[in-house]
Design a protein around this ligand. Structure first.
Ligand code: NAG
Ligand code: NAG
Length: 218
């Protein structure tokens, strides 16, 4: 009786092993493996790719952003908002001077973007149209090449009212990035001074960069 049970058991295990081995060689198993690998890869990429290459997701009450200034007079700046690159060298919509994106802070839609060209000079009478101080509007700015000679005091005053604490210190060929909104003192600002002792590219400093989660405005 015991022997019979043992034989049945061994036979069952052997049959199951053969079936399993056969199954591993079937297309069906290959398909399951491929699907599992696909899901794993997808999971991996969802985990790793954050908006604007941040290291973590922003809370729902915030927008992801990353702003890079130009590098010397060679590589244009880039402005990323909520995972979309709005202005960049690659998109060919940046230029020497101030590159500015304005966003509706309540819903994150892009209101407008402009390049204030350093070479053509500042169109004085359209300046206040270009950067209005509208409560709730988020303003993102990246410098490219030299911006010190093209910024009238009127523009600097507007940027101070949007939360800049460094704009009045910008000197010849400094690189500068900024994100702000009226009524705040912005923590999203970086100024890299042009200093021949520390410059990365001869006559130009390293690019400036800020990134992080910007609070939604209402
Ligand atoms: C994919 O991620 C989900 C949720 O994080 C997890 O439950 C699932 O086991 C993962 N699948 C694979 C194949 O890694
Ligand atoms: C976003 O908000 C602005 C300002 O309130 C509004 O004009 C615009 O239509 C809104 N856009 C969307 C897609 O909701």
């Amino acid at each position: 009786m015991r022997n019979k049970v043992l034989i049945v058991y061994i036979a069952t295990v052997a049959a199951a092993t053969v079936m399993l081995k056969e199954f591993y060689h079937t297309k069906e198993y290959g398909r399951i493996k491929a699907i599992r690998f696909g899901i794993q890869t997808m999971n991996q990429s969802i985990k790793n790719v954050k908006k604007c290459d941040l290291s973590k997701d922003c809370p729902l009450s915030h927008y992801a952003l990353r702003i890079k200034s130009g590098a010397a007079n060679a590589v244009g700046p880039s402005i990323c908002f909520e995972g979309d690159i709005v202005m960049s060298h690659g998109l060919r919509n940046v230029g020497p001077g101030l590159n500015i994106v304005q966003v509706h802070g309540n819903n994150g839609t892009i209101k407008r973007f402009d390049c204030l060209d350093a070479k053509d000079g500042m169109p004085g009478d359209t300046l206040t149209d270009m950067i209005e101080i509208v409560p709730g509007t988020i303003v993102l700015v990246a410098s490219f090449d030299d911006v010190s000679t093209m910024m009238p005091e009127e523009l600097k005053d507007i940027l101070v009212r949007l939360g800049s604490t460094l704009v009045k210190r910008i000197k010849y060929r400094d690189t500068w990035v900024f994100a702000g909104s009226s009524g705040m003192t912005s923590p999203f600002e970086e100024l890299t001074p042009n200093d021949e002792k520390t410059n990365k590219y001869g006559g130009w400093p390293a690019m400036a960069e800020v990134s992080g989660c910007f609070p939604r405005t209402f």
